[in-house]
Design a protein around this ligand. Structure first.
Ligand SMILES: Cc1cc2nc3c(=O)[nH]c(=O)nc-3n(C[C@H](O)[C@H](O)[C@H](O)COP(=O)(O)OP(=O)(O)OC[C@H]3O[C@@H](n4cnc5c(N)ncnc54)[C@H](O)[C@@H]3O)c2cc1C
Length: 412
């Protein structure tokens, strides 16, 4: 720390969750001085405890972790690879199976606890001398002028930088302080998430069933454990959560498909309200948004954090390019290419996931049009090989204009 408690740095990243930590690690690996601010320290990894929040991590995200040296750390804790994904419509029994072997890959992705992903990145941040992790840190003030941004912390430390990256989640304080607006809507569903142990081991497959009462998903974890997700009304979820462990297991067993087999034990239960949200701009002078600070999506296809990781990778590539030519990395000229790269792609994904959510709602028209369309769509994706492969590649983050980090390379 310098005189008068002032720290000067190349970049400040606000939010040390999964996306902010990857951003800081990648910038640090490319030689920039970074300060990462996180308000809540994560609990240490304990093999006997489980984080209820898990993510389906795409192949592209795995490559980004490898590029910064964090993927081995994930495996030192735990991660469950899955090779197949089955999606079916309960009302028509139309289904689609995705199998990584069909596109020559060993797996489609991994199911990993969010805290494991965050801790794996923090381990790597601690080994980078040019990255400072300040936690717990609270932000009191953000001031932006033509030459720099000044962030004042709750303890009155001042940090000056040409660029502040907001990775502080859906309710981003930095987005608000920078005056960047959002559009969005709440869904009339919440997500019930339960970590359970199962009698059967079916660790290489994730499945998703669409029912008239909302989608249900099964995500395998290591051992005979799984994460079950049910998108349902807030009232019904409150009823389920109020049940005792055994009653809850019975209710889930009755409502979930038989193929799940017997449920032995509930390890944890929680629920999350759902909404979609999109920032009207991703950048302002000296500020850029990544991850949920820029967009939140319906989690039914497990894309939220993977989209955020692609934001991080694209922003790092734009910033590192400008930094190495001694340009002002916080100017709109440096930041707009990032916005152009990611905002349109994310808008398409938000619309697509919103469309899937609505397509699987009960069909009030009585004409059964939605059901016919769903059946046609699921059967086509199942039977038309090139379409099936394209969907897999999109979900794995292997299609489109990929940043170098998503190909497993640092952009230096
Ligand atoms: C039920 C459910 C299931 C999901 N499943 C998947 C899935 O399978 N795959 C997938 O890709 N995505 C999934 N998602 C979405 C995913 O969880 C989010 O997209 C992801 O958490 C966003 O990461 P983030 O780092 O951008 O934000 P966050 O995870 O919200 O992290 C933000 C961080 O910033 C910190 N912070 C906030 N404010 C400040 C501040 N003022 N100062 C300092 N620090 C601050 C917070 O403490 C936190 O650590 C799911 C979401 C839900 C609700």
């Amino acid at each position: 720390m310098g005189r008068e408690n002032t720290i000067n740095t190349d970049v400040i990243v606000v939010g040390g969750g999964m996306v902010g930590s990857l951003t800081a690690a990648a910038l640090g690996c490319c030689g920039l001085d970074v300060v990462l601010l996180e308000k809540n320290p994560p609990a240490e990894f304990n093999p006997l405890q489980h984080d209820l929040r898990v993510s389906a991590v795409s192949f592209a995200t795995e490559r980004m972790f490898s590029a910064v040296g964090a993927w081995d750390n994930v495996h030192l804790m735990r991660a469950c690879p899955f090779r197949r994904m089955l999606v079916w419509d309960d009302q028509s029994e139309a289904s689609t199976l995705f199998n990584s072997a069909d596109i020559g890959h060993q797996h489609l992705g991994h199911i990993v606890e969010n805290r494991v992903l965050q801790l794996a990145l923090w381990e790597c941040l601690r080994s980078l001398e040019n990255v400072r992790l300040l936690c717990p840190a609270s932000i009191e003030h953000l001031e932006v002028d033509t030459a720099r941004a000044v962030v004042t912390l709750g303890n009155q430390t001042k940090l000056t930088t040409p660029l502040v990256i907001a990775a502080d989640g859906a309710r981003s304080q930095i987005r608000e302080l920078a005056g960047l607006g959002v559009t969005g809507e709440s869904y009339d569903q919440h997500a019930l998430v339960a970590t359970v142990t199962t009698a059967l081991s079916q660790q290489d497959i994730t499945w998703q069933r669409f029912t008239p009462h909302g989608p249900q998903a099964f995500l395998p974890l290591t051992g005979n454990r799984a994460s079950m997700v049910w998108y349902q009304s807030a009232d019904y979820i409150a009823e389920l959560k109020a049940m005792s462990g055994q009653c809850f297991l019975k209710a889930m067993q009755k409502e979930f498909p038989e193929r799940l087999g017997e449920l032995n034990e509930v390890i944890g239960i929680g629920s999350f309200p759902l909404h979609w949200q999109h920032a009207e701009q991703y950048v302002a002078p000296r500020v850029a948004l990544v991850g949920d600070a820029a967009h939140s999506v319906h989690p039914l296809a497990g894309q939220g954090v993977n989209m955020g990781m692609l934001d991080a990778a694209a922003l790092v590539e734009c910033v590192v390019g400008r930094y190495s030519s001694n340009a002002d990395i916080g100017s709109l000229r440096s930041l707009r290419p990032y916005e152009r790269w990611r905002k349109g792609n994310n808008a398409v994904m938000i619309k697509m996931l919103d469309g899937i959510h609505h397509a699987f709602q009960p069909d009030d028209s009585g004409a059964g049009m939605l059901k016919l369309l769903r059946t046609a769509a699921l059967n086509s994706v199942d039977r038309i090989r090139p379409l099936n492969s394209l969907c897999m590649k999109l979900a794995m983050g292997l299609a489109g204009d990929l940043p170098r980090l998503a190909k497993g390379q640092l952009p230096v």
